[in-house]
Design a protein around this ligand. Structure first.
Ligand SMILES: [Zn+2]
Length: 283
């Protein structure tokens, strides 16, 4: 499932590729996930120019010149492919099966297309007035963004006092508190800060709060710069997988030696998800 770094990768790439382009068409064979409807999206975007792109939590927002915005959520298996006449027949687009589940296509006046590939079909596309983006229920419910400057050690400390009477592993996944930390990056951030996932949030010391804040920023920032990772099927707008995998310290490494101390990495269940940690480096 795409997490913050993967979505940030898409938003950054779309900003470089789409700004200034004029939308002329929209096609979909999965109307159930187009809001208000495919026809309304087609009518609402024709002739509009892309002014900018931004990320809100895991939502991709494409702002248009007509005071409307496209809001896109990739959900489980969605990704956006940007195709031009030059790259349309590239191997990534024609041979990688994960890029072959196209359900929505935006067309630009220069014949390039933005195509939404989504094997599981949970992803959605929505056209709203730009002034209403922040009021969408799934956006207004989000806590402070994990990469924003608002997330300081002091802020985290206060949040832990108020809402930290649960494991720090659970706390980090609660998107209404801090938005953007998913299953992969919580394991990595806790490893880098030396905190076990099953510690109660309120027990973190002030130095640990500072370490964790830095670790969250470091792991999400680094992953965003490397195009995220493709745990399964994420692809960037060129149809290529992320390159962060080799930087993982603990996630998915059960039974392997810790890169810092050689202790065997362990896994525990937390809620429905697995969390990975080093019993020596994390206390
Ligand atoms: Zn270790």
């Amino acid at each position: 499932m795409p997490e913050l770094p993967e979505v940030q990768t898409v938003v950054t790439q779309l900003g470089q590729k789409l700004v200034g382009k004029t939308l002329i068409g929209f096609w979909s064979d999965w109307d159930r996930k187009t809001l208000p409807s495919s026809t309304a999206i087609l009518c609402g975007i024709q002739g509009a120019v892309v002014c900018g792109t931004r990320r809100m939590g895991k939502h991709i927002v494409i702002d248009l010149s007509n005071e409307h915005s496209l809001v896109i959520h990739l959900k489980m298996t969605g990704h956006l492919l940007y195709k031009t006449n030059e790259n349309r027949m590239s191997r990534a687009f024609t041979e990688d099966r994960y890029n072959g589940y196209i359900h929505h296509i935006f067309t630009f006046s220069d014949t390039s297309t933005l195509e939404f590939s989504d094997m599981r079909k949970f992803g959605w596309v929505r056209l709203v007035e730009t002034s209403e983006v922040e009021q969408l229920p799934s956006i207004s419910a989000l806590g402070v963004d994990a990469l924003s400057s608002q997330l300081t050690p002091t802020f985290l400390g206060e949040l832990l006092i108020k809402r930290g009477r649960r494991t720090i592993g659970d706390f980090l996944l609660d998107q209404s508190l801090i938005a953007g930390i998913g299953n992969i990056y919580r394991s990595e951030a806790l490893f880098l800060s030396g905190v076990r996932p099953d510690r109660l949030g309120v027990t973190l010391t002030v130095p640990e709060q500072a370490k964790l804040t830095r670790a969250i920023r470091r792991v999400l920032g680094q992953a965003s710069r490397l195009g995220g990772m493709s745990d399964g099927d994420f692809r960037d707008t060129n149809g290529l997988p992320g390159r962060f995998e080799k930087n993982l310290f603990v996630y998915g490494r059960t039974g392997q030696a810790c890169q810092k101390c050689d202790t065997i990495i362990q896994r525990m269940k937390m809620g429905q998800r697995s969390v990975f940690f080093c019993p020596h480096c994390q206390a």
